[in-house]
Design a protein. Structure first.
Length: 226
């Protein structure tokens, strides 16, 4: 009986601190401050594939110094709910803009807006769409910005929703860089599948940079087809 009482007392001594620690941990306040902004070039958002690219936030002064991933949506915007404090923001490699390892100091206090400037390898301008029968034709201009890399091709994507890109589409067309000149009008035509029954589609053009896995996109545009 004495041994049993000793074991029970030992169990109580072990369990009570654990319960106390768990309660203390659960009582921590959740983060409430919002950091938001856009990835920009010339003060304009840069279009990408939704949630395929991210920024990283790092905060010093804590025992666990780990990254906080911040995903970029297709319109180039991002947001994260954080604790107030000072952070380091890092632009990741593999994006359709020049690699920049410089960190950006971000002081988060309440709702904080910070834009992240980048230098894309190429940009897209003067985008327009024309429907004819079951075809969508896009005309646009590809502009060279950086001399670091060459252009691989230009692409047109047709999709069911505003989230339309190389991973989410119902039709596409492409043209190799050798088949058109930078700074001049490019034309691409994609066929809408005959099985498609909705009265509208979304269209978006993109450019692929040689050696870069992620494309740069124009804004997604809704087009009535019926």
């Amino acid at each position: 009986m004495k041994d049993m009482k000793s074991k029970i007392l030992l169990l109580v001594i072990i369990v009570i601190p654990i319960l106390f620690f768990s309660c203390e941990k659960d009582n921590f306040d959740a983060p409430t401050s919002m950091l938001s902004g856009n990835v920009t070039y010339n003060n304009q958002p840069v279009g990408v594939r939704s949630n395929a690219l991210q920024l990283e936030l790092w905060q010093h002064g804590y025992q666990n110094f780990v990254k906080i991933p911040v995903h970029i949506d297709q319109e180039g915007s991002f947001s994260a709910v954080l604790f107030d404090g000072n952070y380091k923001l890092v632009r990741m490699s593999g994006a359709p803009w020049e690699n920049n390892t410089d960190t950006i100091d971000v002081a988060v206090k309440g709702n904080t807006v910070v834009d992240v400037p980048v230098i894309p390898y190429f940009t897209i301008s003067n985008v327009s769409y024309q429907k004819s029968g079951n075809q969508i034709t896009a005309t646009f201009t590809v502009n060279k910005v950086s001399n670091q890399r060459s252009l691989a091709n230009a692409r047109l994507y047709i999709g069911k929703t505003i989230i339309t890109d190389n991973g989410y589409n119902i039709a596409s067309a492409s043209k190799a860089a050798a088949d058109f000149q930078l700074g001049t009008t490019v034309s691409l035509t994609a066929n809408i599948p005959s099985s498609y029954v909705e009265s509208f589609v979304f269209a978006r053009v993109a450019v692929e940079t040689s050696g870069i896995g992620q494309f740069l996109y124009s804004p997604s545009e809704k087009i009535q087809i019926k």
